[in-house]
Design a protein. Sequence first.
Length: 83
Amino acid sequence: MQTGPQEFRNAPGSPWVVVVLARADESGSYAIGRDPEPAVNVVELICGDGNDQWYESLAEGIASFLGWEAVEEHTGRTVRTAG
């Protein structure tokens, strides 16, 4: 469900997740404003505990659609390579 111009949350009955679309700077930092960015270069998944397979599948699906790499930020593990 869309909860802001660049933020989505899980539908009822789905695992807890927030998906943020943003434009990061060279250092990887970003902020969410009231107006949508015309282009984004990062999709952040903020996930609840457990159900890692569901979250990884979501990350893979988004990355595949965009042709991007998906990386598990805490471990640095590549979930899906770009392309």
